[in-house]
Design a protein. Structure first.
Lengths: 138, 194
């Protein structure tokens, strides 16, 4: 679902005159970066995307060993699966200044180990970034 | 005079885990001092029964106050404020300056706010939700702790949605302090969807 949300918008952002400059810049960054989609139903996906059926520890270890930048994970259910395999090194949480009542929970079934707050940043719209690392890593 | 909420929450917005534990909220000395200073302006605490029973030890258990200069100062500040406890079952209260109410009446709290000289703080998720829904809450103070508790008790279980204004933020080691203003609305007006 997260992949489809992203793929529905970002490939068009660069050519969208109504998009903000930052969005036009982000569009091609998203489309060009290598992506891994975990889906049991989806058969094909564009935009430099590789499809996997299941989250496999060996696969992630393999990807981690490859050269290149960090890997970012999206989607609360997928994050719960990764956390269950102890594969998440850092959490970047953007706290928005609003109350939603009952909504989708970011951490519904996710259990994290001990975390250390390593960085915070306030944005002008009242969003606060909370950046956590695992407490057992320097 | 403001009506505020002050909550220690996990990263996933809970005040306690499924077993009712909240030992992860133990503050550092710096944070403890900050919280004591924060509640100096509080003239009246509005408590649900469980929150009241958890806090009453600051007056009924002298050993707690005697533990350190920090706890002694907090105990003195806490004992100096008035308390209103909302409970249908509690027989009697165990602390001074404390009144027992059987039900939460938003109009009575509005009157209390109008005549109060110190701020009001409301504690307990169900009670706070009533106050939110009645449009009585002016500010939320949150201390976000670096733990995920999963299926715990949410600090705020609301029907209403609201956009807040971030007033202040500050890290205390691994705990993040966030202070929000809740936009005012006229009595009876339904909270606007954010």
């Amino acid at each position: 679902v997260t992949w489809e949300l992203m793929a529905d918008y970002w490939p068009t952002a660069a050519g969208d005159p109504d998009a903000a400059p930052a969005e036009r810049e982000f569009g091609p960054i998203w489309t060009d970066k290598p992506k891994h989609l975990f889906s049991r139903t989806r058969r094909e996906a564009g935009w430099n995307t590789t499809i996997h059926r299941d989250v496999d520890r060996a696969l992630i270890d393999d990807l981690r060993a490859q050269p290149g930048g960090d890997m970012v994970l999206g989607g609360p259910d997928l994050a719960a699966t990764f956390a269950g395999l102890d594969l998440i090194d850092e959490y970047r949480i953007y706290v928005h200044p609003c109350l939603l009542g009952d909504g989708h929970r970011a951490f519904r079934s996710l259990t994290a180990g001990r975390l250390a707050l390593s960085e915070t940043q306030r944005f002008e719209n009242g969003v606060v970034l909370l950046h956590y690392r695992r407490a057992d890593q320097p | 005079v403001k009506l505020t909420t002050i909550n220690h929450i996990s990263l996933d917005g809970c005040i306690e885990d499924e077993q009712g534990r909240f030992d992860w909220t133990d503050p550092s000395a710096e944070l403890f001092t900050f919280i004591t200073d924060l509640v100096r302006s509080v003239g009246t605490y509005l408590y649900g029964r469980r929150q009241y029973e958890a806090m009453a030890v600051w007056e009924t258990d002298p050993a707690l106050a005697a533990a350190s200069a920090l706890t002694a100062e907090f105990a003195t500040v806490w004992q100096g404020a008035d308390k209103v406890v909302y409970s249908t079952t509690l027989e009697r209260t165990s602390t001074t300056n404390t009144r027992l109410e059987r039900r939460f009446d938003p109009d009575a709290v509005r009157d209390m706010k109008a005549s109060a000289t110190g701020d009001l703080t409301i504690a307990g998720p169900n009670l706070a939700a009533h106050a939110f829904d009645a449009g009585l809450v002016d500010e939320c103070h949150l201390f976000v702790h670096p733990v995920v508790v999963g299926r715990g008790k949410p600090a705020l279980s609301l029907d209403a949605q609201a956009r807040l204004e971030l007033l202040d933020q500050r890290p205390f080691d691994n705990v993040m302090y966030l202070r929000y203003r809740v936009p005012t609305r006229r009595a009876g007006e339904h909270r606007e969807n954010a």
